[in-house]
Every structure is written in structure tokens, then in C-alpha cells.
Write a protein that binds this ligand. Sequence first.
Ligand code: GLU
Length: 440
Amino acid sequence: MTVTRFAPSPTGYLHVGNLRTALFNFMIARKNGGQFILRIDDTDPERSKEEYVDAIKEDLEWLGLTWDRLERQSSRLDRYAAAADRLRELGRFYECFETPTELDLKRKKQLNMGKPPVYDRSALRLSDAEKAALRAERAPHWRFKLDHERIEWKDGILGDVSIDAASVSDPVLIRGDGQVLYTLASVVDDTEMGVTHVVRGSDHVTNTATQIQIMQALGATPPEFAHHSLLTGPKGEALSKRLGTLALRDLRDAGIEPMALLSHMARLGSSDPIELRASVDELVEGFDLSHFGAAPTKFDVEDLKPLTARYVSSLSFDEMKDALAEAGVPDDIAPEFWEAVHENVETRKDVARWWALCRDGATPLIDEADREFVKTALAMLPEGPLDRDSWGKWTKAVKEATGRKGKGLFMPLRKALTGMERGPDMSRLLPLLQKLPKDV
Ligand code: GLU
């Protein structure tokens, strides 16, 4: 069975970059009738926060990305300890005593000499007596000893990848304070949870190389890996610093619709066109990982707006009922109101803007050259309740009285009644306007 996982660390809110990873894994599981695991990577007690765990769940639920199984790394520490013991037994785990400052100094020296900043394995050359002396001073951290050979895999997006293990530092898997690091925890989880496919950002390619060796050392078969490109801003600029402003909850607050966001993110960076889909199932149907490219993917938050507007416009009255009530639209005219404005709203909440116009009227927008014409026209507005035919009848009469036609007839009237040059069909809107200008 296909098993995938989305493994966020609860150290902040999910953003569009995380969503891309979540979606890929979600869709692979759904497309293959498999299982999608939400794994909370919370081995870092200082940076992990419960409020972010809740927020991650809430954001995924908002999008309809439901998980079949929830796992938390903080409840599996004994499993990681067992794996660490096994690596020790296998002679693939070694104690190191360098302080962060010492390591930093080593890296700088190597860089100055034009060498790659790869850990020099000096801890492997310590004698037992030296180790005992160092242990008395400070707690060791533990590194996995890579086999210096090429690590190769067929990547679901990048194709054939080959990394020389000698160009990579032996990864630290347990810190001096005993904290298990993500690389080991992830290997143990992916193996023990039967994960078959891992899709994550291309910033994890080196991790993947080391994780493949750790898995092999532990006697496990590595899953299929795929690394998606990272998002950039619309001009190709790095997005990493701005991701904080692209939190899913901020997009939600701005009125972006889940289906608009999902439709966009599920195809962005692929050779498939971005089309608004009505359901997650439809998106899953057309999803194909092999259609995604390795090049950085441009993301522009502005692109979510037209998709959102199209989605909201397509909603039925029943689907909009609550939003209309919330905006204060009276029940008896709500269906006609929605019919009048549905093509002109940008978000659900945007109905409030049109309702304010209907309820309060607008400040007329009048060009001096049109003032007399508008005066004449307003004086001709029929008395009493207006209906769908009122606009047609009224403008016909005004046309006959003034000789104006086409844009010269309709535009000044629209601007006088709505204060805007564009908006809903006037024959639908006019009967809903509760306050009409009497004179100008
Ligand atoms: N917690 C890791 C991260 O958020 C997970 C990476 C992975 O998918 O393995 O980067």
C-alpha cells in the first residue's frame, strides 16, 4: 500500500511552501488509495509549540487535506534510542566533542583553503583516554559514519541523483544534550511506519542522501524520494524571508478560498494548466508528479485572487446564505441580491461592500458635463417599488426625453447611482438600491 506523510515541525504557522509539500504527499496517497500520515516533527522541545500543532491541524482541515493517521515524534523517543543503539552496535555511530565554536572555526579554515566544509572526522582519531577526559568535561554528540561511496537514487522529480558521500559531513543525529535530531527520527519513522513515498523540498536532497545510508545500515529499504523545487517570488527572488507573510491563515483571513489555493498549488510548477477545480477529488484525478519540473517555481499571491473571485462567483445562493446573512443582507431579498452581485464579488466577505451600497446608497459620481442630464433622469425615476424591468423602462424614457444613447446614456446613470464605473447588471441592482439620489 502507498503510504505518504507530511511532516511539519510545529515551530510556526504553515505557509504556501509547506502547503506544496503537504499537497504532493496527500495527492499521491489519495490517487493510489493509500494512507496519508500527518507527522508532527516535535523532537525539539524548545522550539515546538502546542499552539502550532493545533494551527497545523486547523489549516489542513480548512483546506480539506484530511489525514488517516496522526503521529508525533515526541512520543517515539524510545524508538529513536533503540535505533541509535543499533547504529552503535554496527560501529556506524561515533562520539564527538567539538563545541559549536570549534566546528565553526574548522569550517572557516576549510573555506579559506578553498576546501568544502566537510567534518574532518577528527573525533574518530581520539584515543579511549582522550575520550574519557573529554567526557568528564562535556556531553558528546553523536555522528553517523557515512560510507564514502556514491549514494544514488531515482528521484520522482529530479531524475537520477548521485551524491558523493565524501562531500557530505557525517550527520549529527544526537545532540550533546541528548536531543534526537530530525534526520534519525525521520529515518526511524519512515521505516517503521511503512512510508513508501517521500516528497519534500529540494533543500532536503543532501538529507536524503544521508538518510538512505542510515536506512540501509539499519537494514531497511528506503522509500521512493522526490524533491520539488522551492518557491520564489514573482520576479524569481528568494521567498524564504517572505514566507512568514504567506501563512495559510493569513490567506484565509484575506478571503482566499481553499479550492482557489489548492487548484493553484496543485499544478504550479508543472506542465499542466492551472484551472479552477471544484473539489479536491478532481485535483487528485489529474495529478501527476512526473509533470513537475526541477526549476524554481514562481509564486505570486496575486494569482490567488482571480481564482478566488471565480470560485466565489460560482457559488449557489445556498452556499452563500451564511455569508450573506453575516453581511446583514435581509433574508427576503438575499436571493435576488446574490443573483445581482455574484459576478462582482472578489471574496465571500466582499458581499458586505455591495450590501453597503444597496443599504446606504453611494456618493454620486458625476461629470460636470453630465450634471443636467443626470438631474433630468433622476426626476424621471418611477415612484414606488422597483423591479427587474424598471431600469429598462426608465432608461428608455430618459433616452426619449434627452436623445442620449449607448454609453453616454447608461454610464452617467450607473455612476450617479453607484458611485462607480463598473459593477453589477443595473437592471438587477436597481430594485435593490434602498436609497436613490433624489437630486444632484
Ligand atoms: N520536519 C521536516 C521539515 O519540516 C520534515 C522534512 C521531511 O519531509 O522529511 O523540514
